[in-house]
Ligand binder design. Structure first.
Ligand code: FAD
Length: 355
């Protein structure tokens, strides 16, 4: 146990793209700051994506502030290219990231916040939580799930289709993860795709760029107090990347509505219809990873923190960056996080009496 806490102006919890973008702007202030990341290496959640994962937009649409992502050999950068970019970004700007450090709790300490991690304690004038969602995968509560004897895996831990060769695999979830994992698993296994609603497929010639453009429109409208009438489409719509188009041509991109309950060896619908399955891959998304903020009493019933912009309403020296629409339009994407990282740092600078 360290004798006394280390004092710092701003402590950023996390070491993924949101934390790095925040650090980029903190470097331009006179504030002292430090990033604490539980991963052993740079890259944040990209360290844990599946092997074939690629971005759904070109490199020019996937940059964080300052230094653009280098062009990829292919149109859509690979996961390894994103990790390389984030690693080199940290080096380039000499960002002070300490790893691996898991922050266990943030507590009030007068007008400061006390951040505890392993055997170390910091006292910060402001804390930015940028912990993403990867460590908090969400699985919906279907009756009988515990009696199902097959394998269950969340997309957070999916690597490649090899373990599923020759099996009957149920993929649950109609977003990009579900469609992409279905596309490759269906080459080696019999698949059943369950989505609560029919998935929303974008047109073949549209990629993530359109989603970002729409998010920017929404952001501008929000700033100006307008509402915008957009075509149906959000960051969760399925981008028809090549493997997904190929799956469609094989006729496997067909989804069914949810079943009623699990049985020991499969699932059963309300009308009594049954399907036998060997494995389930849950592509059902994530919830913000906020356990470290539990003691502050700021987490609401919906699992989020009430914010104005990115500042916690119940804890004025706490900011949250990169979690999703509730912390800024498209803020959980590479290109989208810059806007909120910039405004967050300018608020912190002003709050701490910066220059
Ligand atoms: P993360 O990358 O998760 O970083 C948070 C970091 O904080 C992690 O290193 C984590 O381990 C650490 N951490 C968490 N809790 C603690 C703690 N208590 N103490 C210390 N450290 C902690 N975006 C795009 O722009 N383009 C795409 O094509 C795209 N494709 C995607 C595909 C998939 C399958 C997924 C899941 C996401 C995709 N995204 C895409 C979205 C987005 O870019 C990522 O989710 C991104 O990783 C979010 O960055 P982040 O920094 O907020 O969180």
């Amino acid at each position: 146990m360290s004798a006394s806490p280390t004092e710092v102006d701003v402590l950023v919890i996390g070491g993924g793209q949101a934390a790095l973008a925040t650090a980029y702007f903190l470097r331009r202030t006179h504030l002292s700051f430090l990033l604490l990341d539980e991963q052993a290496a740079p890259g944040g959640a990209w360290l844990h994506g599946w092997d074939s994962l690629r971005l759904f937009s070109p490199a020019t649409w996937s940059s964080i502030p300052g230094w653009p992502m280098p062009a990829s050999a292919s149109t859509y950068p690979t996961r390894a290219e994103v990790i390389d970019y984030l690693s080199r970004y940290e080096e380039r700007y000499q960002l002070p990231v300490r790893r691996p450090v898991h922050v266990a709790s943030v507590e009030r300490d007068g007008d400061r916040l006390r951040v505890r991690a392993d055997e170390h304690v910091w006292r910060a004038r402001a804390v930015v939580s940028a912990t993403g969602a990867w460590s908090n995968p969400y699985i919906p509560d279907y009756p009988g799930r515990e009696q199902f004897v097959g394998v269950q895996l969340h997309s957070a831990h999916y690597v490649d289709p090899a373990p599923f060769v020759g099996q009957r695999v149920m993929i649950v979830g109609g977003g990009n993860s579900g469609a992409q994992i279905l596309a490759e698993v269906s080459k080696v296994a019999e698949t059943l795709w369950i989505t609560p609603e029919p998935p929303l497929f974008l047109a073949d010639d549209v990629d993530g760029r359109v989603l970002f453009e729409r998010a920017t429109e929404r952001w501008k409208a929000q700033q100006e107090g307008r509402t915008v009438d957009q075509p149906i489409g959000g960051l969760g719509d399925v981008v028809m990347v090549e493997p997904v188009r190929e799956a469609r041509s094989r006729g496997v991109l067909v989804s069914e509505r949810p079943f009623e309950r699990f049985t020991e060896h499969g699932v059963e619908w309300a009308d009594g219809r049954r399907a036998d399955i060997d494995a389930v891959i849950w592509c059902t998304g994530f919830r913000p990873a906020l356990a470290h903020l539990g003691e502050l009493g700021v987490i609401e019933a919906d699992g989020k923190v009430a914010v104005e912009g990115t500042r916690a309403l119940k804890q004025p020296n706490l900011w949250l960056v990169g979690y999703g629409e509730w912390t800024g339009a498209a803020s959980a994407t590479l290109i989208g996080v810059t806007r909120t990282a910039r405004s967050t740092v300018s608020e912190i600078d002003a709050a701490l009496g910066g220059h």
